[in-house]
Design a protein around this ligand. Structure first.
Ligand SMILES: NC(=O)C1=CN([C@@H]2O[C@H](COP(=O)(O)OP(=O)(O)OC[C@H]3O[C@@H](n4cnc5c(N)ncnc54)[C@H](OP(=O)(O)O)[C@@H]3O)[C@@H](O)[C@H]2O)C=CC1
Ligand SMILES: Nc1nc(O)c(N)c(N[C@@H]2O[C@H](COP(=O)(O)O)[C@@H](O)[C@H]2O)n1
Length: 308
């Protein structure tokens, strides 16, 4: 079938399957689930990594058969079918936080809620389920204050995002060049606008930016990001992408292995060479062992864990 037709059909499909519990696949991959976790009302309490200075990390995304996660020019694709999308929403209830890069936040304008889960009552969905805290990696504060994450929270229909960023230096280094005071003022104006709209700004220490990154990189160093979040009480994070964030988490050197569990949904679709992939520049991927493979609707879902 033509890809455009298939995507159109998938977009038009209402999420109708009502499952009162997460699929067995999640129970197998994430471990035994207490009653309140099975009900979607509490995050997992005890999936802590051996290193308790960072949160537990579940990296998850949906890909085509040719390992693409978006269409030409980054066009958002609904790759997951209804059953695996519902699985993703159950997974969201199980984590304290849900992390994406600002590229995805700007491109997709996501909600990152659990709206595909059954409604116990139309007016108590938000209160009934545990909603993860949206966490955005955003060194330049490109997140629009008008985005759905902020707007939903303002009307009580979502959890306000935390924006992970770093203070720009007033001299050389980071991204501003010497005397580039204007960029610093713009960053401060964007910070103030996000704060006024209801977002929380979480600063990653600038001192920790340099040692493990090339001097020209403005990417936030993931170990420092995760230490900061753990110190703020975030014990588990579901990382949803996009392409660069997946690369960063999977490519981190073996001594800083950051992904505890990897869950990939593989959709029966071929996107083609112009689509956005994540695998082209992967380096130093840590060893992972297979835990479970299942078929959810028309999709295959695969779960792996970090090798010990
Ligand atoms: N199929 C799926 O499951 C999913 C698909 N997607 C798709 O992915 C695409 C977006 O991917 P992409 O454009 O790569 O954007 P990302 O969401 O990966 O965001 C990347 C940006 O995050 C910031 N950042 C800060 N620190 C880091 C770091 N350590 N590592 C990586 N990024 C960091 C940078 O912002 P700055 O540039 O400001 O420095 C960077 O450009 C969209 O098309 C979206 O539809 C997204 C999620 C899931
Ligand atoms: N599991 C999954 N399947 C797909 O087909 C996807 N495109 C994604 N994308 C991720 O989910 C975000 C959208 O979330 P909301 O529907 O707005 O809650 C998107 O931004 C990606 O992070 N995931």
């Amino acid at each position: 079938m033509d890809l455009e037709v298939l995507i159109g059909e998938i977009r038009d499909t209402e999420i109708k399957v009502v499952t009162a519990e997460p699929p067995d696949f999640l129970k197998t991959v994430l471990g035994s689930l207490p009653t309140d976790v099975l009900a979607g009302t509490s995050p997992l309490p005890d999936i802590v990594p051996s290193d308790t200075t960072r949160p537990y990390i579940t990296l998850t995304f949906a890909q085509s058969l040719d390992a693409k996660i978006a269409g030409k020019g980054g066009r958002q694709l609904i790759l997951s079918g209804e059953e695996s999308m519902k699985m993703t929403h159950w997974m969201r209830t199980m984590h304290d936080g849900i992390l994406i890069g600002v590229g995805t936040a700007v491109n997709d304008n996501p909600q990152l809620n659990v709206r595909h889960l059954p409604f116990p009552n139309q007016h108590t969905h938000m209160q009934h389920y545990h909603h993860p805290r949206p966490l955005i990696l955003d060194p330049h504060l490109r997140l629009p204050p008008t985005c759905k994450l902020v707007a939903n929270a303002a009307k009580g229909a979502g959890i306000a995002p935390w924006v992970l960023t770093a203070t720009p230096p007033k001299a050389d280094g980071f991204w501003a060049s010497e005397g580039d005071e204007e960029k610093v003022r713009e960053w401060e104006a964007r910070r103030d606008a996000l704060l006024s709209a209801g977002a929380t700004i979480v600063l990653v220490e600038r001192e920790t930016l340099h040692p493990d990154l090339p001097p020209t990189s403005t990417d936030l160093p993931l170990p420092a990001v995760l230490r900061t979040l753990r110190a703020q009480g975030i014990r588990s994070i579901m990382v949803e992408g996009g392409a660069r964030v997946i690369q960063s988490f999977l490519s981190t050197a073996a001594s800083e292995r950051l992904v505890d569990t990897l869950i990939v949904t593989c959709a029966p679709v071929i996107v083609g060479g112009e689509g956005v992939g994540y695998a082209e520049r992967l380096e130093g991927v840590p060893g992972m062992r297979h835990v479970a493979t299942d078929i959810l609707g028309r999709d295959v879902v695969v779960g792996l864990k970090l090798s010990t």
